[in-house]
Design a protein around this ligand. Structure first.
Ligand SMILES: [Zn+2]
Length: 128
C-alpha cells in the first residue's frame, strides 16, 4: 500500500514546477526557500500526544525506558518523515508552494531565511 503523502504534506496553494524554476508562477518573485513537504503542525500534534502518553506511563510507574519510549518513537518518526518527504520550494513573497522539483534541483535554493522573509514582508506592507 502506498503511503498517502497528502495527509502530511504542506497545505496551501501549490503549482507544479521543475528544475528550470527561476521566478514564482504567481507573483514573479525570484526568491524562494526550500523545506520538506511536511506539515509541522501534525508533527506538533504527535509530540503533544506522546507527551500525554509519557505522563500516563509515568503515573502508572513504569521504568524510565518505557516512560520515554513514546518520545523516542516520535523523534525517530519525525526524522524519518523529514528525510523521506520531498523538498518543496516556497515563494517568499506570496507563499506559493512549488512542487515536483527533484532533490538536486531543490538544492539550488536555500533554507528559510528570516531576513529575506522580513524584507519581503516589509516591502509588501509599504506598497500601495
Ligand atoms: Zn510568489
Amino acid at each position: 500500500m502506498a503511503f498517502n503523502w497528502n495527509l502530511i504534506a504542506l497545505s496551501g496553494p501549490s503549482v507544479a514546477a521543475d528544475a528550470s524554476l527561476e521566478s514564482c508562477k504567481e507573483c514573479g518573485c525570484r526568491e524562494f526557500y526550500r523545506q520538506p513537504d511536511f506539515r509541522r503542525d501534525i508533527g506538533l500534534w504527535i509530540i503533544a500526544l506522546a507527551s500525554v502518553a509519557t505522563v500516563l506511563l509515568m503515573v502508572e510507574g513504569y521504568n524510565w525506558f518505557v516512560i520515554w519510549s513514546p518520545m523516542l518513537g516520535v523523534v525517530i518518526l519525525d526524522r524519518f518523515f523529514l528525510r523521506l518527504a520531498p523538498d518543496v520550494v516556497i515563494c517568499y513573497r506570496c507563499g506559493l508552494i512549488h512542487r515536483g522539483l527533484d532533490r538536486k534541483a531543490a538544492d539550488r535554493f536555500e533554507a528559510f531565511d528570516l531576513e529575506v522573509h522580513d524584507r519581503h514582508q516589509y516591502a509588501e506592507s509599504h506598497k500601495s
